[in-house]
Structure formats: structure tokens, C-alpha cells
Design a protein around this ligand. Structure first.
Ligand SMILES: NC(=O)C1=CN([C@@H]2O[C@H](COP(=O)(O)OP(=O)(O)OC[C@H]3O[C@@H](n4cnc5c(N)ncnc54)[C@H](OP(=O)(O)O)[C@@H]3O)[C@@H](O)[C@H]2O)C=CC1
Ligand SMILES: [Fe+3]
Length: 528
């Protein structure tokens, strides 16, 4: 690859970039139709980010007191005239009340934030319905995955992603700019036909849990049966010992860590497989096989089920010695020993423990401590799963796993480590997008980042795309201002086993960081 390509940044900042007509710095005004919870939170959030806000209400006088003083409350007609871009913060059923405003709304951008009560599997989406009511306006679906509470408290906690779709890419990128100004991360979901999927996301509570739960149940049954045969049935048949009393508690307690460990390994194996696939193909810009994509998507849930099993095991282990039967066994053991006449010389002349007893006490102490110690590494691994929790799921479908994987990678991986890992991962030839178009974003902080579009040649089917994001890491960690220093610009000529061992060394140097730190990024839909 030519030297000039090495010098060209992947992501550039457009310092002289134009700002959309409704950007805060250019005096643009954002309109909100509706005065409900969402409208109030949104107005506050927009004002805090430097936007001018007008709110359109059926009854502006009645709702005057509930908005910040800086937000201008007026009739819907006036608000529509004043703003070029309007958030429609009404329920779908009330969209038809805006019909009379079709004229003034023409050629304006309408952002549909509505959600449904039930998952919509067939009918048209709310956004498509809005678009059919106002054919001369441009409808963008977005912000519905953000609650009024999240808008008010800021995107510090919870998920920061705002999924956007529209048939007009320009409108989409303008709304993306606004989302970014509010502190959210816009995710481009394509055309308006994706609106139904976006609307269904908030209704899917605990997605991707079925497979992990069934898996955990299957593993539990398998290990329970195995332990039953080994610890209960076998002694009963061979030595005629009745150990069925172990079934409700002790067997359960031996089974739980087995399930937990197997599940934990299932969390980390797909990361290794993904790395293997990428190394083998020599590129990270091709989609994983479907089964691996699905497996990667389920890692968070599998990890959490594993953590739950480990917690249960800890609880059971603590409660086992508290049982009456345990105390009974202890006393009966002691009585038996006394009956057998003690065990020889006493330490310190009589009152202390005999040497033999001391050895037994040490033995028991060590045995009790060992399980706690050996679970600690697993506990550390399981705790890493907790930070993967998203309030709403990363959308399924093509590239979903990689998107989640990369989002997680970006979250957790220190820039130094990312550079190191990227150095050992082969990258495809990186060419600029044929169109080369730069996008402009309105934003309060002046110059907006211009983002490099996806790799066109690396993914001829248009399936895998690199996520686009401003490179903050490069700037804050040694990169020259505004320049993204991509560490890999050529195919890695090293043999596979050398690359694998180098990756392994990097992982080891980061202390069990392991496969979850592996960057993917090749299959992502562009974040605007
Ligand atoms: N609340 C939330 O956390 C979230 C809400 N959303 C979506 O935002 C939209 C608004 O939600 P929210 O603010 O909670 O709803 P609210 O019920 O609080 O407010 C809805 C607004 O619609 C207007 N309205 C009410 N009845 C009628 C009617 N018969 N005809 C015309 N307009 C009417 C009113 O404004 P006025 O009287 O001033 O005209 C009212 O303030 C919904 O589509 C919801 O799905 C999306 C994500 C999160
Ligand atoms: Fe244990």
C-alpha cells in the first residue's frame, strides 16, 4: 500500500464544515409538537444543548408553566411556521389531528418519536403512517428508544444509542447531528422500512434470553443427572449406602458451578472463534457465519446466567454448614471420636488439640478455602459480563453481533491495547469511498466531524460496513490533532500461528482481558 494511504486519516474533522439550518450555532430552531412528558424532557435537553426551541400545542396558555422559560410555547400552526425541523411528540392516534397543517409542514423534516403498546409484526409502522399523511414532508424515525427520563437525566447511564431511519439520507444525517449534540450516539438504520423494527425494540424486554436459559436448563439437567449417578446411585448400588438425602441440596450445589463454568466458557469461546475467522480470511470486513453471529449476540445473556448460577452456588455453599443436619453430623462425629478414646498426645500437655487432630483441622480449613480461591478468577470473568448490559438490545439482523461486539470493544478496550491488537490483526486494503461525500452535522461545539464512509470494495454485497465515528482516541493518545493514525494498512505477512500467538501475548499482558477485547468493526452499519 502506498505511503500516502498510510498518512491519510480514516476519520477527518471538517473544520470549515457547514452546519445544518437548525444547528444551534447557526441559529436554527427546533420545533416540538405536543406538550407531554417526552416533549418537556426533549425541550429541556435541546435548550441545554444550545438549540432554540419552539413548542406547538393545542392549548399553549394552559401548558405555559410546564416548560422552561427559554422554550417558546405557541399554537401548532405558529410552531410549524417557525421551525424547519419538528419532533412530533404525539401518539400515533393523534397524528391525523395535524392534517390541517400539511401545507406549512411541506418540505420540513418531521421526527417521529412514537412507540406502540404492542409489538407490531405486520402492519405499517407509525413513521410510515406519518409519511403517508404528509407526503411532502420528510419523515425520520428516531429517539423512540430514549425515554423521557433518559432525556432529562442525560445519556450518562443506560444506552446512548439513538436508532435513526429515513428515506432521505440528508435528513437522517441532520437528525444524527442533533442526536450527537444531545450526547447520544446515532445509529443509521437505513430507510424508513426499518421503522417497524426500531419501534418494536423498546417493547422487547430481555431479548435474547430464550437460548441462554434453555442452554442453562439443559446443562443443569445433564450435570445433575451425572452427579446423581456418581454421588447417589453408584454408592447405593455398589455399597448399599443410602445417600438420597443429598439430592435437594448437595447435588444441586455441585451442579451449579459445573453449569456456571461451562456457560462462562461459552461466553469466551466465540470471541476466539471470531478472531480465528478474521485471521483466516485475512480481513475483518466480512460477515461472520450466522451461527457465530448469533452466538456472539447471546454472550451477554449467557454470561449473566453463568453469574447467577455462581451466586446461587455461593449462597448454597454458605448455607450448607448452617443446616441442622450438618451440626448433627458434626456432633455425632465428635461423639464417635470420644467413644473411640481420643487420639493420642495433646498439644501443650492436655487442653489443646492432638497433632493428628490439628492435621485434620488444617486439612479441612484448606479444603474449605480452596473452592473460594478457585472461584475468584471465574468471578472476575463473570463480573466483566455485567458491564455489557444494554437497556435496549442492539438490533438483531445482519451484523448485529459485530455491532454489539464493536460497541463493547470500544467501551472496554484501552486505546493502547486496541492499537496493539490492531497491529496483529490483518486489515483489508483501505480505500476511500468512491463517492467520497462528507457529511455535515449541526452541533453546538462548532466544527463537526466528517466521517469516512464504509468500505465499498471490501464488502461488495454491502453487508459489512465499518462503523463510522470520530476518532477521539487517536487525538487523545498520541495521534496528531485531527488525524487518525490507523496502525494497519497492509495485509499481515506473518503465518497464522505467529499471529495467533502474538494476539495471545497481548491478551495475556492485559491480564485475562481475552477475546472480548478483539476489535471487529467490519460488519457494522455506519454510525452517522
Ligand atoms: N414518555 C416517554 O418516555 C416516551 C414517549 N415516546 C413517545 O412520545 C410521544 C409522546 O409521549 P408522551 O409525551 O409521553 O405523551 P403524553 O400523553 O404525555 O403527551 C402527548 C401530547 O399529545 C397531545 N395530545 C393529547 N391528546 C391529543 C388529542 N386528542 N389530539 C391531539 N393531540 C393530543 C397533547 O399535547 P397538547 O395538548 O399540547 O396538544 C399531549 O401533551 C408518544 O408517541 C410516545 O410513544 C417515546 C419514547 C419515550
Ligand atoms: Fe464451589
Amino acid at each position: 500500500m502506498p505511503e500516502s494511504d498510510m498518512a491519510r486519516p480514516l476519520l477527518e474533522r471538517d473544520h470549515g464544515g457547514s452546519v445544518g439550518p437548525w444547528g444551534p450555532s447557526s441559529g436554527g430552531t427546533v420545533g416540538i409538537l405536543g406538550t407531554g412528558d417526552f416533549a418537556r424532557s426533549l425541550a429541556t435537553c435541546l435548550l441545554c444543548s444550545g438549540f432554540k426551541v419552539v413548542v406547538g400545542s393545542r392549548n399553549p396558555k394552559r401548558n405555559a408553566g410546564i416548560f422552561p422559560a427559554e422554550a417558546e410555547l405557541m399554537s401548532q400552526e405558529e410552531a410549524v411556521k417557525r421551525a424547519e425541523l419538528l419532533f412530533v411528540a404525539l401518539y400515533k392516534e393523534h397524528y391525523c389531528t395535524l392534517r390541517s397543517l400539511a401545507g406549512p409542514l411541506a418540505h420540513k423534516i418531521l421526527i417521529d418519536v412514537s412507540n406502540n403498546q404492542e409489538v407490531n409484526t405486520k402492519g405499517e409502522s407509525n413513521a410510515e403512517y406519518l409519511a403517508s399523511l404528509f407526503p411532502h414532508s420528510t419523515v425520520v424515525k428516531g429517539f423512540n428508544v430514549v425515554s423521557a427520563w433518559a432525556l432529562q437525566s442525560g445519556p450518562k447511564d443506560g444506552n446512548k444509542q439513538v436508532l435513526l431511519c429515513s428515506n432521505c439520507p440528508e435528513a437522517r444525517s441532520h437528525v444524527a447531528g442533533i442526536a450527537r449534540s444531545l450526547g447520544f450516539t446515532p445509529v443509521d438504520m437505513g430507510s424508513l422500512s426499518s421503522a417497524r423494527e426500531i419501534e418494536n425494540i423498546p417493547l422487547r424486554l430481555l431479548p435474547f434470553w430464550k437460548v441462554p436459559l434453555v442452554l442453562a436448563l439443559g446443562l443443569f439437567l445433564f450435570f445433575y443427572l451425572y452427579n446423581f449417578v456418581r454421588a447417589v446411585l453408584h454408592p447405593y448400588l455398589i455399597e448399599n449406602q443410602n445417600k438420597f438425602y443429598k439430592m435437594p441440596l448437595e447435588l444441586l450445589n455441585i451442579t451449579l458451578p459445573c453449569v456456571s463454568y461451562v456457560l462462562l466458557s461459552l461466553v469466551y469461546v466465540p470471541g476466539v472463534l471470531a478472531a480465528f475467522y478474521q485471521l483466516r480470511r485475512g480481513t475483518k470486513y466480512r460477515r461472520f457465519p450466522h451461527w457465530l453471529d448469533q452466538w456472539l449476540l447471546h454472550r451477554k445473556q449467557i454470561g449473566l446466567v453463568s453469574f447467577f448460577c455462581a451466586c446461587l452456588h455461593a449462597l448454597y455453599s454458605l448455607s450448607l454448614p448452617m443446616r441442622r443436619s450438618a451440626r448433627y453430623l458434626l456432633i455425632s462425629d465428635a461423639v464417635k471420636q470420644v467413644g473411640e478414646g481420643g487420639s493420642g498426645r495433646r498439644v501443650g500437655g492436655g487442653a489443646g488439640l492432638a497433632h493428628g487432630d490439628l492435621r485434620i483441622v488444617w486439612h479441612h480449613g484448606a479444603r474449605a478455602a480452596l473452592p473460594i480461591g478457585r472461584h475468584l478468577p471465574a468471578l472476575r470473568l463473570q463480573l466483566t459480563q455485567l458491564e455489557r448490559i444494554h437497556l435496549h438490545p442492539v438490533p438483531a439482523g445482519p451484523g448485529g453481533a459485530a455491532r454489539q461486539h464493536a460497541a463493547h470493544t470500544r467501551l472496554r478496550m484501552e486505546p493502547g491495547l486496541r492499537r496493539k491488537v490492531l497491529q496483529v490483526l490483518p486489515a483489508p486494503h483501505l480505500h476511500p469511498h468512491p463517492g467520497g461525500a462528507q457529511r455535515h452535522y449541526p452541533g453546538p461545539s462548532g466544527p463537526a466531524p466528517a466521517l469516512r464512509p464504509p468500505q465499498a470494495d471490501a464488502d461488495p454485497q454491502g453487508l459489512g460496513e465499518e462503523e463510522l465515528r470520530p476518532d477521539h482516541d487517536a487525538q487523545s493518545h498520541g495521534g496528531s490533532a485531527g488525524k487518525f493514525q490507523h496502525p494497519v494498512r497492509r495485509r499481515c505477512p506473518l503465518p497464522l500461528w505467529v499471529q495467533l500467538s502474538r494476539i495471545y501475548c497481548v491478551y495475556l499482558s492485559q491480564g485475562m482481558g481475552g477475546p472480548t477485547h478483539k476489535p471487529t468493526g467490519g460488519l457494522l452499519p455506519p454510525v452517522l
